[in-house]
Design a protein around this ligand. Sequence first.
Ligand code: FAD
Length: 369
Amino acid sequence: MPNIVVIGAGVSGLTCALLLAKQKGNSVTVVAKHMPGDYDIEYTSPWAGANVLPMALERDSRWERRTWPELRRLAAEVPEAGLHFQTARVLRRQKDVAAGNLQVALADGLFQLSPWYKELMDHFREIPTDQLPPGMHSGCEFTSVCINTAVYLPWLVGQCARLGVRFKRATLKHVSEAAAAAGGSSSGLKVDVVVNASGLLACRLGGVMDTKVYPVRGQIVVVRNEAEGIMPTSSGCEDGEDEIVYVMQRALGGGTVLGGTYMKGNWEPNPDPNTAMRIMKRAVEMHPELTGGKGVEGLDIIRHGVGLRPAREGGVRIEKEVIDGTWVVHNYGHAGWGYQGSYGCAERVVELVDEIVGKGKRTSKLWNK
Ligand code: FAD
């Protein structure tokens, strides 16, 4: 029975643990410094909106393509997972189109004039010109989902636990400590594969120390106001290149997330009040329905927050290597798309683990499609 240790209990580690545990014969342990329920600047997943706005260029679209059917199924059939359908509205500003500047905020494919994802997402339509807000060149709408991360992450833990996955709290200085952390130092547990889903901390984990990993700071405001089923975003805003605008209402009373910022290399954990004011102003201008025309004063704030997206020069790292005699499969560096690419990436991790442990064909379905 292959012993697999997953480092990390963010959306990447938990989705890998779930799909690995669905494979008959695998024994899976998750070891993590942070678990669902924690809010910490080193732990990105709880801070995400999170919704599905396809960001990759077509050539890199495998992760998002392979994930969407499962997130759609969860929204349709599994209400306790904490996802619901919402209409994404993607607006392209006239000035960004004129400047040829539609590859913004690492969302290279999102604002394309004829995006590849129009074939993937349900009810895709270009917005008629006479329905566009002032200053917009064009825009599209499609059915997407918004995930209440405070519900979804614990739901993933529960699904894993049902399949026998064990959970351990530990802070590893080096990947080679994974076996001792999973089994207890005196257990002599032999680990066949370590899955490294350590997110941003891949830049500090011994044996990995990936200098290409960097944070992209995202400040948000969570409010009680409702967005009436629409998740708008635009290709830019007037407040600078590292500020962005989006609105998304989480399922099951999770509040509405107003964003945001996209500050590369910035580790600052505290919300900045001036930035917060700009975020709220932009959100209400783009989507006045939030406050029924009452402006920023009509917003009812739950909390301010900051999360650090785990970005990586050259993109996500999903590959296997031997570190100190142990096989390691990496899955980190998902920047701003960790949820919407989660099942596609975890599926690749399962393939790599299968190659290592010498399993041929899959013995069971990876997920319920
Ligand atoms: P993390 O969630 O950071 O988890 C890393 C795990 O590894 C943690 O459990 C940590 O404790 C553990 N770990 C690390 N080092 C060690 C160690 N040495 N020892 C033990 N454990 C260790 N994505 C979307 O798809 N859609 C969105 O709408 C979206 N919106 C976002 C909005 C904001 C404001 C932010 C900040 C992010 C957003 N994202 C979104 C991106 C998404 O949140 C991330 O891509 C994703 O959460 C990364 O997950 P992860 O599991 O790789 O990392």
